[in-house]
Design a protein around this ligand. Structure first.
Ligand code: NDP
Length: 466
């Protein structure tokens, strides 16, 4: 692992929150254990009046698993951070306390806003550029704004504080391994690029189905829903990496330019009753567990009609992709966990007469967790040589050694914005889904139902969406 750490201090605002405990600290632990971020100092801050012992307990607890598996160097790195960490109680929205804390920290500092979105916005508004140690990086969580306009305003606030390449808008789905696996496969194989277009590809699906229900996250999820939570922030990006033109280099400028170009050409076409679907789960079972009706979950306001499953058909209006549906869908409380992109090729123009048995087109599946590549091909299999059989070429991909947040933190602490979402792109992702949100709020598309633990509503997935 390279050790070009530029950030000296990681300041987590919202240190007592769920994201910090469940994802950030374990991600950091994995990074430290594998030799990343040498010499880093960790500082936590939040509005809770936590004692130093309470914070240490949280850090130790989150580091324990990584420490158990680490070699002696990794254990020493974890212990050094755990022993030197501090906690500060402060209201980040007040003018003064955060600036005062920053003045005491060794820079460059990465300020991780693990806060409710409106609090992050307020915290940025009370900061002034001269209060930030040189080289400060601002790390923003999703959701980034609540629409194009608010994302634009937030971008303006951040731009007044630090340059764009010091702003990390986190999308933890864009872990390095996932993205580089897609790009390596696409651009390092001569046979692939010539067929990677509308002439040869019929449709592309990006699917993230979870076998988890609400899991007590009503406060956030009930105001977000599957379209905002998954498609706006994550799946559009995965789609973009599948659709970009080959960049000259894998540096942040070329790669993020390519992503921005694809997203600018993307839209969801009206009528939305044909190009989108939404549904909400009712009571059912997930494995051994009984799941209540979403509308009856604690903290849910059923009148919001929040969808727990969403499907949209995105069109990319350029020479390469015109007319190819990119179907993005994601559901909660699904019977089967599926995290993959499926590329369906067009049928061959002519199958020599005499062959039989071929009834489905070639498909390529790129799995994200487990990371796997699977290409379905038709071959003269065993038995009658005139009967074609389906075979799969399967290869496991370079699985990330770290948790997704470890990969995200590695980029941030190395000062590398390659995998963070650029400001213009964040606004474009809202621009793409905003008309759908408006149509859904207007009741133009019915809210369907499906049993928790099932495969979705009737006639799901939609085969001819778009
Ligand atoms: P929580 O509500 O669990 O935590 C929020 C934290 O912010 C708490 O530590 C809270 O402290 C602190 N806080 C609130 N107001 C202030 C203030 N004025 N000054 C200082 N600290 C304050 O939220 P999450 O951890 O779940 O989410 C944080 C962010 O991460 C959100 O933007 C969310 O969308 C995003 N996110 C969360 C994920 C998750 O799985 N949790 C996944 C992906 C993104 P106190 O309790 O003392 O008020």
């Amino acid at each position: 692992m390279t050790s070009k750490t530029t950030v000296k201090t990681l300041l987590i605002l919202g240190a007592s929150g769920d994201l910090t405990g469940r994802l950030l600290l374990p991600g950091l632990a994995g990074l430290l254990a594998s030799g990343g971020a040498p010499g880093l100092r960790l500082v936590g801050a939040g509005s809770d009046p936590w004692s130093p012992e309470q914070w240490s307990e949280r850090v130790d607890g989150a580091f324990a698993a990584a420490s158990k598996d680490a070699d002696s160097q990794g254990q020493a790195a974890l212990a050094a951070v755990a022993e030197s960490t501090r906690y500060h109680q402060l209201d980040v929205t007040a003018d003064g306390p955060l600036a005062e804390l920053l003045s005491q920290l060794e820079g460059p500092v990465a300020i991780y806003f693990a806060l409710p979105p409106h609090i992050s916005q307020k915290a940025c508004e009370v900061l002034h550029p001269e209060q930030l140690p040189a080289g400060t990086r601002l790390v923003m969580e999703k959701p980034f704004g609540s629409g194009t306009e608010s994302a634009h305003e937030l971008n303006k606030t951040l731009a007044a504080l630090v340059p764009e390449d010091h702003i990390h808008r986190v999308d933890h789905f864009l872990g390095k391994a996932t993205v580089l696996n897609i790009l390596g496969f696409r651009f390092a194989n001569r046979f692939l690029e010539p067929v990677w277009n509308r002439e040869h590809i019929e449709k592309v699906e990006v699917i993230f189905d979870e076998d988890l229900a609400l899991e007590g996250r009503a406060r956030y999820y009930d105001t977000a829903g599957a379209l905002r939570d998954m498609i706006q922030s994550h799946l559009l990006h995965i789609m973009a990496f599948l659709a970009i033109d080959p960049p000259a280099t894998i540096d942040e400028r070329d790669l993020r330019d390519a992503v921005a170009t694809v997203l600018r050409a993307s839209s969801i076409k009206a009528p939305f009753s044909a190009s989108t679907r939404r549904a909400r789960y009712t009571a059912g079972t997930l494995g051994e567990r009984t799941v209540p009706d979403y509308a009856a979950e604690e903290g849910v306001d059923p009148s919001r009609n929040t969808e727990t499953l969403a499907e949209v058909c995105v069109n990319i209006d350029n020479w390469r992709w015109k007319g190819v549906p990119f179907i993005l869908r994601s559901g909660k409380a699904m019977g089967q966990r599926r995290k993959e992109a499926v590329i369906t090729f067009r049928p061959v123009p002519h199958l020599p007469k005499g062959f039989s048995g071929l009834d489905s087109p070639n498909q390529l599946r790129i799995g994200f967790g487990p990371d796997v590549l699977e290409l379905d091909i038709d071959v003269n299999g065993p038995g009658d040589i005139f009967t074609l059989d389906r075979a799969s070429l399967v290869t496991e991909l370079n699985a990330p050694g770290m948790l997704p947040y470890g990969e995200v933190l590695e980029g941030i602490l190395n000062g590398d914005p390659l995998l963070s979402v650029r400001g213009d792109t964040a606004e474009d992702c809202w621009r793409i889904i905003e008309p759908v949100l408006a149509a859904w709020a207007n009741g133009d598309v019915p809210l369907e139902e499906y049993d928790a633990g099932s495969d979705g509503p009737a006639n799901w997935p939609t085969s001819d969406v778009g």
